[in-house]
Ligand binder design. Structure first.
Ligand code: KIV
Length: 271
């Protein structure tokens, strides 16, 4: 039987076993109780409380403005909706870069106040000290390389990363370093598929891709993008499974019509 159907609670060890058995890992973002409950019931392996909440929940242009308190609010809501999936929470921008003690303090608040199971942070060598300190406290860490949205003002665009030899070489070195110091998994965002496949085949830990092709160990998408709630975002890697923007708009238009025409509520819908 596949691990996907067999396992009652997904742990970092389960993900490692899935990689060994060649079973792909499914991961989506989640930010609230009700949707987390649906994703968990569907059998998703990992839920990421991504700092993309800054974009899709709060309407900011980038992931930079979201605060630690806001991330904890989203994470604790998600945790309450989940019984099977592993819940991973993004450390927000400014809460871990440059000061490993601050990184550990941030992580401890997330773990204590939300009940999540692991954290994710962006970067390689530059954040090595922070990762090591977090790991020394017994908290599993997921890395994130390639297009790292918290560095958008350094990159200047959301274009594909690591197409040039030097950046690809640094990415491979960073991925190896993250594995060597003890990260349990790495997200690779928007990089050439060949490079991502190479990283996934060389490393022993599970590699989860977003815009990184099919040669990695699992896939992640932003929930609001794959459900078609967001509209002006059309990267090549995004597959939309629903057009919820139009579905919800249609339902709300009908409700407005029914209220205005006095069709709602009818005799059976009142006391
Ligand atoms: O915040 C987020 O949604 C992410 C995913 C894109 C991997 O980091």
């Amino acid at each position: 039987m596949s691990i996907h159907l067999d396992v009652k609670k997904v742990t970092t060890h389960v993900l490692q076993e899935m990689k060994l058995k060649g079973e792909k890992i499914s991961m989506l973002t989640a930010y609230d109780y009700s949707l987390a409950k649906i994703l968990d019931a569907a059998g998703i392996d990992v839920l990421l409380v991504g700092d993309s909440a800054s974009n899709v929940m709060a309407g900011h242009e980038t992931t930079l403005p979201i605060t630690l308190d806001q991330m904890i609010y989203h994470a604790s809501s998600v945790v309450r909706g989940v019984s099977r999936a592993l819940v991973v929470v993004d450390l927000p921008f400014g809460s871990y870069q440059g000061d490993s003690k601050e990184a550990l303090k941030t992580t401890i608040r997330i773990m204590k106040e939300s009940g999540a199971h692991a954290i994710k942070l962006e970067g390689g060598k530059e954040v090595k000290d922070s990762i090591e300190r977090i790991l020394s406290a017994g908290v599993p860490v997921m890395g994130h390389l390639g297009l790292t949205p918290q560095s958008i003002y350094k990159f200047g665009t959301y274009a594909v990363r690591a197409k040039e030899v030097d950046e690809a070489k640094k990415l491979i070195e960073d991925a190896q370093l993250l594995e060597d110091i003890g990260c349990f998994s790495i997200v690779l965002e928007k990089i050439p598929a060949d490079l991502a496949t190479k990283v996934a085949s060389v490393l022993k830990i599970p590699i989860i891709g977003i815009g990184a092709g099919n040669g990695v160990d699992g896939q992640v998408l932003v929930l609001h993008d794959m459900l078609g709630i967001t509209q002006e975002f059309h990267p090549r890697f995004l597959r939309r499974y629903l057009n919820l923007f139009d579905e919800i708009k249609g339902a709300v238009s009908k409700y407005i019509e029914d209220v205005k025409s006095k069709d709602f509520p009818n005799d059976n819908e009142q006391y």
